[in-house]
Design a protein. Structure first.
Length: 306
């Protein structure tokens, strides 16, 4: 078996059909012997029904757990020499099929590769400005390709992590001299699950930020978490000044803060275009305040495995 495509899914009846269709389309006629494993992570909608309607799809039902555990479960069942972790709200593009065919036909033994998510052809303003301009060196967990040997050498995904398991996995891979780690933009895909409203965006970051507040070690190891505390402190200073009716002081802090926030955004996205940076300045504030509030959701959900 050349390739095992592992798809963790939780309540994705609206997207998983598009995901599976894209897999069949990009691999049609390719010289690749593959299997598709859908790991239904305790869905309560029609995810399993949609997945089981597709030919050559092996459906695995497990009780609700973390996405890291679901990915690992699929890997233990997989038969392929190469594992492709694809999220159920991801649609693959034609270049992905050509690239995976070449990779499966190569003699590479220990590698981690993949690409970052793209946005839809008609994106929301959040997708267009924030996610469409995001710069990162890590490979998204929903578009991650890894050799069997490398996966088990790295002991898979850290099952103790509720979020950020893909970043942790990539960090381990990139620091291992025995494993070839490469970000390959030819592994093109589109992520259908990006938020399209500010509320959805805030909820997404609330969830993603929980892992940074599991312990003091995690907090000190996360620049994002530390910066989020600074953002929260500035917000409290502004609120405090307003409550004391110190209008000039509140205005001064706010203006300085927004200028610094704008500069941070320009460097973060490596983009100085005014329109893009203005929109992303707003989202950057929502991002860091939501990440700070993750501290409270992390406490509330500390005994929950997902």
């Amino acid at each position: 078996m050349d390739l095992s495509i592992i798809i963790p899914a939780f309540n994705e009846e609206d997207c998983i059909g598009q995901c599976l269709s894209s897999i069949q389309e990009v691999l049609k006629g390719r010289n690749v012997v593959y299997e598709v494993l859908v790991v239904d992570n305790g869905s309560v909608d029609g995810t399993s029904h949609v997945a089981s309607s597709f030919h050559r799809v092996n459906l695995i039902n497990i009780p609700r757990t973390s996405v890291a555990q679901a990915r690992n479960y699929g890997a233990k069942t997989a038969q392929g020499r190469v594992f492709a972790f694809v999220d159920s709200d991801v649609v693959l593009k034609n270049s992905w099929g050509a690239e995976i065919e070449g990779l499966c036909g190569s003699k590479k033994k220990s590698f981690v590769t993949g690409g970052q998510y793209g946005v839809r052809d008609k994106p929301s303003w959040i997708e267009k400005f924030w996610f469409g301009n995001m710069k990162s060196t890590h490979i998204n967990g929903g578009n991650l390709i890894v050799s069997r040997s490398a996966f088990f050498e790295l002991s898979g995904f850290d099952s103790s992590l509720k979020t950020g398991e893909d970043v942790d996995f990539c960090n381990k891979a990139s620091s291992n001299s025995e494993i070839e780690y490469t970000l390959n933009p030819e592994f093109e895909c589109v992520h259908l699950g990006y938020p399209s409203t500010i509320l959805q965006f805030a909820k997404r970051e609330l969830w993603h930020g929980e892992g940074d507040f599991r312990s003091l070690t995690d907090f000190w190891g996360s620049k994002i978490a530390q910066i989020s505390v600074l953002y929260a402190l500035v917000l409290l200073l502004i609120i405090g000044a307003l409550m004391l009716q110190k209008w000039y002081l509140a205005s001064l802090i706010f203006v300085i803060f927004m200028i610094l926030n704008y500069i941070i955004v320009c460097f973060r996205f490596d983009c100085w275009r005014f329109r893009v940076s203005i929109f992303n300045s707003l989202l950057n504030c929502v991002y860091f305040i939501s990440r700070f509030l993750s501290f409270f959701t992390a406490i509330k959900a500390r005994k929950r495995p997902y």
